[in-house]
Write a protein that binds this ligand. Structure first.
Ligand code: NDP
Length: 310
C-alpha cells in the first residue's frame, strides 16, 4: 500500500485532511494518508517549512516530497533529501497574490494615500491620477505568480515590463532577461514588484547600484522574499527620495523585529507576510494530482531544479 505522510505544520492538518481525502477519492488515488508513520514505509511526504522532518535519510522508500509552499529555500539545500522536490503551484495562492499585488500597485498609481491620510477640509483637485497606460510597472520574476500578476497589470493597461532568468514571451508584457535586461527594466520602472525566489543569485537584486537606476521616486513592492533587497541600501534610497515608498511583505527576519527601522519609516508600509498563502482546497488537488501522475508513471510537475534553487 502507498503511504502519504502529512509532515507539514501539524496545526494545518485540520484544514488539509478533508480536501486531501476528497482529492484522493476524486482522482482514485488508493493510499494511506497519515499523520504518523514508520519513515521506512513512507512513499510521498507533504512538507512545509515548519515540518518536524528535516533528516530524510530514514525515509528509504520515499519517492517525492511535495511542498505546500511556493518558496522552497528552507529545504532546497537539504543534502539528506535525494528524491524529487515539488514546489507548490496553487491556483488559490496565485489568485490571492494577483489581488494583493494589483491592490498595492493601484494604491500608488492612484495616489490613494494623499486622500486617505490627507483629508483636512481643503479641496485640492489639481492632481488627477494618470491612466494606467501611462504608468510603467515592472515585475521581477515571471514564474507562476509573477506572470499572473504581470498579465493582470497588462489587462488593466499598465505599461508592463517583466524580467526573468530565461527569455519569455507574455502577451502585453515587455519581457527582458539577463543583467542588461534588468538595467533596462529598472531604468524605466515607476513601480517595481518583486516576485523572485530566494536563491544565491537573487540575493540583493535591489542594492545601492540597482536602486540608483530607477526613476526618482519609484515605488518598491516586495511580496517575494526579504533577501531580494539590501535593506540598508533601500533605507538610504528612501531617505534621499530616490525611492518614494516601499511596501514590504517579506523580510530577512520574520516576524520583523519591533525595533527594525522599517516599522518607523514614514515611506514604508509593512505587511506581515500575508500577500497570499496556499489555499487548502486547491492545493490539496495540486498535491494529489501530482501523486496520481507519479503513481501512473507520468513525470512529476513543478519539480525544483536543485542547481538553480527554485
Ligand atoms: P517560480 O519558480 O514559478 O518563478 C520564479 C521566477 O523568478 C521565474 O520567472 C524565474 O525565471 C525568475 N528567476 C529566478 N531566478 C532568477 C534570476 N537569477 N534572475 C532572474 N530571474 C530569476 O516562483 P513563483 O512565481 O511560484 O513564486 C515566486 C516567489 O514568491 C516564491 O519563491 C516565494 O519566495 C514568493 N512567495 C511569497 C508569498 C507571500 O505571501 N509573500 C506567497 C508565495 C510565494 P525563469 O522563468 O527564467 O525560470
Amino acid at each position: 500500500m502507498t503511504t502519504i505522510l502529512f509532515a507539514a505544520k501539524r496545526a494545518d492538518w485540520a484544514a488539509y485532511e478533508a480536501p486531501l481525502r476528497q482529492s484522493m477519492a476524486d482522482l482514485g488515488v488508493s493510499a494511506d494518508l497519515v499523520l504518523e508513520a514508520d519513515p521506512a514505509e513512507v512513499d510521498y511526504l507533504i512538507y512545509s517549512p515548519a515540518s518536524t522532518v528535516q533528516d530524510f535519510r530514514p525515509y528509504t522508500r520515499l519517492k517525492a516530497v511535495l511542498s505546500l509552499w511556493a518558496g522552497v529555500e528552507s529545504i532546497v539545500g537539504n543534502t539528506t533529501l535525494q528524491v524529487p522536490l515539488c514546489r507548490m503551484v496553487d491556483p488559490g495562492l496565485t489568485e490571492g497574490m494577483v489581488e494583493w499585488v494589483t491592490g498595492h500597485v493601484l494604491r500608488h498609481h492612484l495616489g490613494m494615500d494623499a486622500h486617505i491620510q490627507g483629508q483636512d477640509g481643503v479641496w485640492r483637485n489639481d492632481v488627477v491620477p494618470p491612466l494606467a497606460r501611462d504608468r510603467r510597472v515592472a515585475v521581477l520574476g515571471l514564474g507562476a505568480l509573477g506572470s499572473a500578476c504581470a498579465q493582470m497589470l497588462a489587462q488593466l493597461q499598465f505599461n508592463t515590463l517583466g524580467w526573468s532568468r530565461r527569455p519569455k514571451d507574455i502577451s502585453g508584457v515587455s519581457c527582458y532577461s539577463g543583467e542588461d535586461g534588468l538595467r533596462q527594466v529598472l531604468s524605466q520602472a515607476e513601480i517595481v514588484v518583486l516576485l523572485l525566489p530566494a536563491t544565491p543569485q537573487t540575493e540583493n537584486t535591489l542594492n545601492a547600484e540597482s536602486l540608483a537606476l530607477l526613476p526618482r521616486g519609484a515605488v518598491i513592492i516586495n511580496p517575494g522574499r526579504g533577501t531580494l533587497i539590501d535593506d540598508e541600501a533601500l533605507l538610504s534610497a528612501l531617505d534621499t527620495g530616490q525611492v518614494g515608498h516601499a511596501t514590504l511583505d517579506v523580510f530577512r527576519a520574520e516576524p520583523l523585529p519591533p525595533e527594525h527601522a522599517y516599522w518607523q519609516h514614514p515611506c514604508v508600509t509593512v505587511t506581515p507576510h500575508i500577500a497570499s498563502e496556499t489555499r487548502p482546497v486547491s492545493a490539496a488537488r495540486t498535491v494529489m494530482e501530482n501523486i496520481h501522475r507519479h503513481l501512473n508513471g507520468a513525470a512529476l510537475l513543478n519539480v525544483v531544479d536543485r542547481a538553480t534553487g527554485y
